[in-house]
Each structure stands twice: as structure tokens, then as C-alpha cells.
Design a protein around this ligand. Sequence first.
Ligand code: URA
Length: 229
Amino acid sequence: MRLDKFIGHATDLTRSQIHQLIRQGAVAINHETARKAAQHIHTDDVVTVNSEVVQPLGVRYFMLNKPTGYVCANHDGEHPTVLDLLNEPNKSNLQIVGRLDIDTTGLVLLTDDGQWNHQVTSPRRECSKIYRVTTANAIDAHTADQFSKGLLLHGEKKPTQPAELQLLTSHSALLTIHEGKYHQIKRMFAAVGNQVVALHRERIGEILLDADLQPGEYRSLTAPEIASV
Ligand code: URA
């Protein structure tokens, strides 16, 4: 990889800042001052900027406990984004794996591994997602049956795939779905005459939201979590 690309990938420095630092002699490769932005870097080379080692950025995988009020987008003119909660370099490389609405809380996965993102979100793999749902009205005794059979949502041509509803209280339940249509859970409850007042994602596939993460906190995924997909 080119020297300027390597530094750009691993830090928040812009291309022009990197070029300027190279011109100033602030960048070194294996303790030798680097002179050319296009110089090739090998995997065992040690690159420093102002004597600080630049750690090569591997592929990253994070779980975040999303609070309300944050949007799952890389940029938004109006609201803070989930990326604002991460203290990481080069956040623009990160992809949000399956989005949540602004008022939904809980598990959000982020990665710069596009293939992994695709594996989690691909409809063909049917990766299950578990949500804790709180509703405005008591959940009707027939709702679990209706969800397990599939419902035709407003504006859709095909019914929803079978989903499993497990009642927790009169107004709350765990709902497992195997797809991710726009506002799916809110629309499913609307279709049976109820309304979602709070929605929290607890699990994606085998990856469970870490109970130690407070709203707004995040951590790297473990190797088994990454491999579970
Ligand atoms: N279904 C919804 O309606 N909203 C979400 O954020 C996720 C699933």
C-alpha cells in the first residue's frame, strides 16, 4: 500500500495534511525519513508520524448500545449519528449493519468488512433479530398467531415471514423476526391495531447486546462473535 494511503486509512489526517507532513520530514519508515507519498509500505514496516507509531488499521467490528435520538446513518444534517458515539479513527469507513429507527434503542453492529455486513443482512441467510417491544395497548391473544402466519403490511406485495412473539407482560413482548423491512415491527403492530411505544434490539443472530454496555457505549466484537455469523 502507498505510504499516504496507509496513513490516511489508519488516522484522521487528510490527504493534504499527510503530504505536508511528508514534505516537512515528519514521517518516517523504519526510522528513515520518508520523502515520497507514493512510497510502498510492506506489512512489517514501522511508520511514524512525528515519532508516533501509526498502528495499521485491521478490519474492525463493533457492537454499540444505541440510545434514542441518534440516527443510523454516516451523515445527517439534523440529528447526531451513531458514528458520533465512537472514538475511532477513520469512522467514515465504517458501515452500519442493519439500521434502527431514531427512537429505537439497543444493539447496532458496525464494521468496515463489507462481506461480513452482507452476511448479516442478506435476506437469504435470514439472520434472526430479537427485539423487546412495548406497546400502547394490551397485546391481543391472537397477535402471536397472526405474526407466526405472516401479515401483509401496507404497501407490500408479500406477507411478512413467520415471526415469533413471546409475551412478557400485557404490554410487552420479545419478538423474533428474520427479515428487515422498513419500520417492520412498528408496521406489524399497526397492522393488528396496536402501537409500538418502545423498541429495543437485544440480539442479532448469536450476538447478544452486552449487558455491561450503557446506552451510548460500545466495544469490539470478540472473535467468536465475529465468527458466529
Ligand atoms: N422495526 C422497526 O419498526 N423499527 C426498528 O428500528 C427496527 C425494526
